[in-house]
Design a protein around this ligand. Structure first.
Ligand SMILES: [Zn+2]
Length: 118
């Protein structure tokens, strides 16, 4: 049985890893665009392939970053204080500002800006 401190430590590590994933995703997406620009006129299929690969790496990295965001720690309802782990779908569509997301509370049913808490 894991104790709370160990879970907190793991969650913090996961959330740091989320930044790394986001960075890798964004970097590969942006570099694929810049690397493909010089060959757009001479070799369009290769340029398109580079965009696609860059976008796939970006999507995969973002998927795992969001997955981490969903499972690490909890979100706390600003209205009633209830702590919960939202569904992946809710995280995916929720507006966010940093790690604070606009989510519906499963307990009181109200939408609020909910902070991530470890
Ligand atoms: Zn609530």
């Amino acid at each position: 049985m894991k104790n709370n401190e160990e879970i907190q430590r793991k969650d913090k590590q996961l959330l740091s890893f989320e930044w790394v994933l986001g960075g890798i995703g964004l970097a590969s997406f942006i570099s694929s665009i810049f690397l493909a620009i010089p060959i757009v006129e001479t070799n369009l299929p290769v340029a398109i392939a580079m965009y696609v690969v860059g976008f796939i790496i970006f999507s995969v990295a973002m998927f795992f970053a969001l997955k981490i965001e969903q499972i690490a720690g909890h979100y706390q309802c600003a209205k009633c204080g209830h702590k919960h782990v939202p569904t992946f779908g809710a995280i995916f569509v929720a507006m966010h500002f940093g790690r604070t997301r606009h989510l519906r509370c499963p307990k009181c049913g109200q939408k609020s800006w909910q902070k991530k808490i470890i």
